[in-house]
Design a protein around this ligand. Sequence first.
Ligand code: C5P
Length: 310
Amino acid sequence: MTVKVPAKVNLQLAVGRVRDDGYHPLVTVFHAVSLHDEVTVRPAAKMALAVTGEDAAAVPTDRSNLAWRAASALAKAAGLRGVDAAVRIEIRKRIPVAAGLAGGSADAAATLAACNELWQAGLSQRELAEVAAGLGSDVPFLLMGGTAVGRGRGEQLSPALAAGSYHWALAFGRSGLSTAQVYATCDRLRAARVAAGAPPPAEPALSTELMTALRSGDPARVGPLLTNDLQPAALSLKPELRRTLAAGREHGALGAIVSGSGPTCAFLARDAAHARELAVLLTGAGVCRAAARASGPVPGATVLRDSGRS
Ligand code: C5P
C-alpha cells in the first residue's frame, strides 16, 4: 500500500507562553504544499523500516522513527498484535529532514493512512486523527491537508476557507534545526525582552486580516500578512537566514518567511513562473543549499495504489 503525503508551511504561527506540559499553545494556519514523500507498507514477518532519497542517511530506521511509532500506535488502536501488526515501511523522501516542513510528521501520517488500508482496520478519519495527535503536533494536519487553522499544540484543526492556488519557492538550509531547540530559544528571547521592560507576549490569536486575504485568493494581499513567532528564534540560531529572506524579497517575493521552526524559508510568488524564477535565483545567489518550487493547497495523505492487488 503506497501513500503520498505533502509538506506543510505555516502561513501564520502565533506562539503563546509555554504550558506545564512543555508545549506551547498555538494558533497557526497550516498550508499543505506540493513537495511530497511517499510511504509504502507491506506485510512482513517483523517490523522493518527503510529510507531512500533526500537526507535519507539522517533518518533513523528503528523504532525511534515516528513512522514506525505510527504503525505501532495504529496496530494498538485496531487491536492487532504480533505478526498481524508487523509491516515493512519504505519511505521515499523528497521533504528535507529537520527543515520546518513537518517531513517526519508527514511520514507518520502516511504510515497511519497506509496501515489503515493495508490492515483494513476501518478507523474513521476522526479516529485516525486521534492516533495522529498522540504522535506529534503536526501529524493530524498532514492527514487532512489543504489549508487549516490549528489550535492547542496545533492538533485541533478546522478547515480554513482559502480561494485559489498559491505558488511558493522553498529555500532549504545547509543543516537542520531542532524544533524543541527553536521553541526553547523563542522562550529565552522573550524572557530577555520582558526582563528589559517589554510587556509579556499577548495570547496567540488568529489573524482575521490573513483569513480575509486567503478568501480573496490574491497572493499580493496574503504575502505581507505571513507571520511566524518562531522566526526571531530561528534567525538567532541561524543568522545566515537573514540573507536568504532578503534575497527572496529583492527578487520580488510577495512574502518571505521562515517555515515553522525553520530553517527552510518560504517565498510567496506572483504565479508559477515567478516561483520557478525565484527558486533558480535563490539557488544561484548561494543563499541556500537548494531551492524548489511548490504550490498549495494540496490534499493530505492520499492512497496512491494497493501494490499487493495491482
Ligand atoms: O509535537 P512534536 O513532537 O512535533 O513537537 C516537537 C517539540 O516541539 C516538542 O517536544 C516541544 O519542545 C516543541 N513544541 C512546543 N509546542 C508546540 C509544538 C511543539 O513547544 N505546540
